[in-house]
Write a protein that binds this ligand. Structure first.
Ligand code: FAD
Length: 408
């Protein structure tokens, strides 16, 4: 055995780092190991598709804590170590390289694995995903000689990348299989607004189209061939087509789950002394009408990390944080609070043509979510409406002159 930790955290990303930070803040005095597959100390992922991709942010400014912090707090960083096996009876984990670690409590915080294009040519040089620093460094190096970039997937990450690449002077085509961008996360009003913005910035949006294959020359991607008629000459391809939860070793060890590891309100899995948090965990949420959901956001990683840390430290408090998220594209800051899943009505506040407005999502009259575009006040004041499930008068909701705080 290489080491034994009172708490072993698998995955040194947003959630994993936060568990270690919280444990120490709560006065936990045991040994903590933060075991991660990537070589870097924990860093923030959102800039990868924003200012880091744009070359406007140094990597050091993305570190979640300065490198010295971890040793000062007596947290053992174990980088470059991918855990492949969990033995829940022996309370050990084993890495791909054969290193093994014992644990008292285990926190699985392994995030997600970006889906790669399954079509022919999906493995050619010049075809990338966008999830970790190493991949973005590769993209940035290849961008120097690239004129035309194809982005596959019109979700947040694909659209953020498209905005940055356009700003860098690249010709950008976005291919989205559904008939609108952001279709899985937002209402048509939001999709239409962002489609118009991207088109106004010169992005070619190919909606309702999917990729048949990628053709290469000298083993390098050169053409994206679409399923129906059409192909795009390209120098670089970025696939932003979602993630699969990185849950394999824990599910193989017998943890309950499917699309994410099932956890209870304290982030406990079905296995003894094993917790799961962040992108790889699925939990019932009152903000989803009690359904089990797997959320992919920094907020969820942080808040579920706090819940697990409190449970480990003997200060258990159920997880009940209102979900929130943000996305930056061009000079637009979208802030989302709540989950719009299952809404039966939307109310528009303000005019999209002013580039500052909010869309309020309701279910049976109750506010369940808001998408706020350059509307920080609505975002801040709308949170309470979601948190408490208020049912305001829709006419007042629609009137931007009525502050949302007056409706709660
Ligand atoms: P991660 O932060 O992904 O950390 C998981 C870590 O575990 C990784 O370092 C991984 O390498 C490691 N790992 C995986 N498997 C193993 C294993 N078997 N053994 C050891 N280590 C392992 N969210 C927002 O709220 N706002 C945004 O604007 C936003 N923008 C984003 C932009 C990009 C490009 C990306 C990729 C994500 C963005 N997100 C954003 C999502 C957010 O970053 C994630 O929800 C968050 O990082 C989840 O935290 P996590 O700890 O669950 O996983």
């Amino acid at each position: 055995m290489d080491a034994h930790f009172d708490v072993a955290i698998i995955g040194a990303g947003h959630g994993g780092a936060q568990v270690a930070i919280q444990l120490r803040q709560l006065g936990f005095a045991g040994t903590i190991g933060l075991i991660g597959a990537e070589p870097e100390p924990p860093y923030e992922r959102p800039p990868l598709s924003k200012d880091y991709l744009a070359g406007e942010k140094a990597f050091e400014r993305m570190l979640i804590r300065p490198e010295s912090f971890w040793a000062e707090r007596d947290v053992s960083l174990v980088p470059g170590t991918r855990i492949a096996m969990v033995d829940a009876e022996a309370k050990t984990v084993t890495s791909e390289g054969g290193r093994s670690f014992g644990y008292g409590a285990l926190v699985w915080a392994a995030g997600g694995t970006p889906r790669r294009l399954a079509c022919a040519g999906g493995d050619l040089a010049g075809v990338h995903v966008l999830r970790c620093r190493a991949e973005v460094d590769l993209i940035r190096a290849e961008l120097e000689d690239a004129r035309h970039v194809s982005v596959i997937g019109g979700g947040y990450i694909g659209l953020e990348a498209a905005a940055v690449l356009t700003k860098l002077g690249k010709k950008v085509s976005v291919v989205e299989a559904l008939d609108r961008v952001l279709a899985r996360v937002a209402a048509p009003e939001i999709s239409q607004f962002y489609e118009a913005e991207h088109r106004a910035h010169g992005v070619e949006l190919l909606l309702g189209r999917s990729v048949d294959r990628i053709e290469g020359e000298s083993c390098r991607a050169r053409r994206v061939v679409l399923n129906d008629v059409g192909e795009i000459e390209t120098d670089l391809v970025i696939a932003g087509i979602g993630i699969d939860p990185a849950a394999g070793p824990l599910l193989a060890a017998g943890a309950e789950g499917g699309n994410g590891i099932h956890v209870d309100a304290h982030c406990r899995t079905s296995l003894p002394d094993i917790y799961a948090i962040g992108d790889c965990a699925a939990q019932e949420s009152r903000f989803a009408g009690g359904a089990r959901v797997r959320l992919e956001s920094v907020q969820n990683a942080h808040d579920s990390a706090s819940t697990a840390a409190r449970a480990i430290a003997g200060l258990a408090e159920p997880h009940d944080a209102v979900p929130w998220f943000w996305s930056n594209q061009y000079d637009l800051r979208l802030q989302t609070v709540g989950l719009s899943l299952g809404h039966d009505r939307t109310v528009l506040r303000g005019r999209p043509e002013d580039r500052s407005f909010s869309l309020v999502y309701l279910r049976e009259g109750r506010v369940i979510a808001l998408d706020c575009v350059n509307a920080v006040r609505d975002y801040a004041q709308g949170r309470r409406l979601v948190q408490e499930g208020y049912s305001p008068d829709p006419a007042k909701l629609a009137d931007p002159a009525v502050p949302l705080k007056e409706l709660s």
